[in-house]
Design a protein around this ligand. Structure first.
Ligand code: ZN
Ligand code: ZN
Length: 225
């Protein structure tokens, strides 16, 4: 297998639901293992893809606990009954309030199984040869994390930063200045050519956002907005 094909096959995005949320499956095809990231309305397609590849699912990893990123956790758990669920503890309260989040948006949500493991800054999630470094990036949600695969040059960034935009900060637990600090310290410190695979919309790169994101240009010039 060439490096190129290994990279292209190691992450696949899925989009679904009223929120057009992006979930991902990352996998090491040679090792036959995978992680599901942010199973929202696309969880059924993520499970179908896992069935197709025959990979062993090692964990469900949640960048944060907003409804649109976790509503598919029960569907994945039904397909893989004992698979660990990883969440940053600062988002536990949001996770447990998902029924209320659903009520606020007029969405029925199944009861969610409790997270089994803790995501913390500096930890490394491994799946075969893949290694995701966990960075804490609060602001959109208090326990938001991003997952950085340095060797393969991509990061799963949830709702921290989007192509030309940033995560909203008006939901419970959100804070604009905290988010801007997270972007400056946890995103803009990554290499310019790193791909950012977000929770909504198309992928982008660190360099593209550094140069063109209207929310970040003042940051890059060193001012704290
Ligand atoms: Zn969110
Ligand atoms: Zn979202």
């Amino acid at each position: 297998m060439t490096a190129g094909s290994a990279e292209s096959s190691s992450v696949r995005g899925f989009t679904g639901g009223a929120f057009a949320e992006n979930g991902y499956v990352v996998r090491d095809a040679e090792a036959g293992c995978a992680l599901v990231v942010d199973p929202g309305a696309c969880a059924v397609e993520q499970v179908a893809w896992l069935r197709e590849t025959g990979d062993r699912l090692d964990a469900i990893v949640l960048t944060h606990a907003h409804l649109d990123h976790v509503e598919g956790v029960p569907a994945v758990r039904r397909a893989f009954p004992d698979v660990p669920i990883l969440l940053h503890p600062a988002d536990l309260a949001l996770y447990r309030a998902v029924p209320q989040q659903g009520a606020a948006f007029g969405v029925d949500v199944e009861e969610l199984p409790e997270p089994t493991d803790v995501l913390e800054a500096g930890a490394t999630l491994r799946c075969g040869a893949l290694a995701f470094r966990v960075r804490e990036a609060p602001g959109h949600a208090p326990g938001h994390v991003v997952l950085v695969e340095e060797d393969r040059g991509y990061a799963l960034t949830g709702d921290v930063i989007f192509l030309g935009s940033i995560g909203r900060t008006d939901l419970p637990g959100g804070d604009f200045h905290t988010l801007m600090a997270s972007i400056r310290e946890q995103i803009l410190t990554l290499p310019d050519d790193m791909r950012l695979l977000p929770g909504h919309g198309p992928e982008t790169t660190v360099g593209h956002e550094r140069r063109h994101n209207p929310f970040l240009v003042p940051q890059y010039r060193g001012r704290f907005v």
